[in-house]
Design a protein around this ligand. Structure first.
Ligand code: OGA
Ligand code: MN
Length: 208
């Protein structure tokens, strides 16, 4: 383990993930690391590593565009900035296993780029179709924002969480904010942004 990672204090996250099932951590990732990830994202995009995101098996791309409009690239362990991010999140996965016995075996994550006007309609991350082995066992969702500091108040692009029986919560995609929530029961959506919106979205999964 990278020594600095041992110092991550996840107790506030562990306390609230069962109920209400979500937590927002503004300023979680230091600006320097956000900048490194953003630079890596941009270099990968320039190199053609991104593709239009899908929503599951079998749906036509046209249908998907009406549901989500982001472009994505799955994180690879040999991308340096991504590897550091994966190590940070892995310390949360291990804490959840240790303290909450969730049996989270894996973490998958992608860079996401929403162009101006793109959105992601309301959904839950655990796919109902568990025959799709890739996604059937998603337990915990994470999103971290990689925008330049100072996301304008009128730029849209908020993540809106819709907890069951609770009030909706709007999260501004400010650089370095980490959002962690349950994949099974927290519906959420991404509102259309007036400008490019950069993030890493990821999911902890049990083994199939
Ligand atoms: C997703 C998602 C939220 C966000 O990729 O499944 O809900 O704020 N992303 O980018
Ligand atoms: Mn989602």
């Amino acid at each position: 383990m990278i020594p600095a990672l041992a110092g991550q204090d996840w107790s506030g996250v562990l306390d609230v993930l069962p109920e209400p099932g979500y937590v927002v951590l503004p300023g979680w990732l230091p600006a320097g690391q956000v900048a490194e990830l953003r630079a890596e994202l941009r270099a990968l995009d320039a190199a053609g590593a991104f593709h239009v995101a899908g929503i599951g098996r079998g749906s036509a791309q046209q249908v998907e565009q009406r549901i989500r409009g982001d472009r994505i690239a799955w994180l690879q362990a040999d991308w340096p900035a991504a590897a550091h991010y994966l190590a940070l999140i892995d310390s949360l996965r291990l804490a959840l296993n240790r303290e909450c016995f969730l049996g989270l075996a894996e973490y998958e994550a992608h860079y996401a780029c929403y162009g101006a006007g793109s959105f992601y309609r309301r959904h839950v991350d655990r796919h109902a179709d568990s025959a799709d082995g890739r996604h059937g066992q998603r337990v915990i969702s994470t999103v971290c924002y990689l925008n330049e500091p100072g996301w304008p108040a009128d730029a849209g692009g908020e993540l809106v969480l819709h907890p069951e029986g609770g009030e909706a919560l709007r999260v501004v995609p400010e650089a370095g904010t980490l959002v962690v929530f349950r994949s099974d029961n927290i519906a959420h959506e991404v509102l259309a942004a007036g400008r490019e919106r950069l993030s890493i979205a990821g999911w902890m999964r049990t083994r199939d």
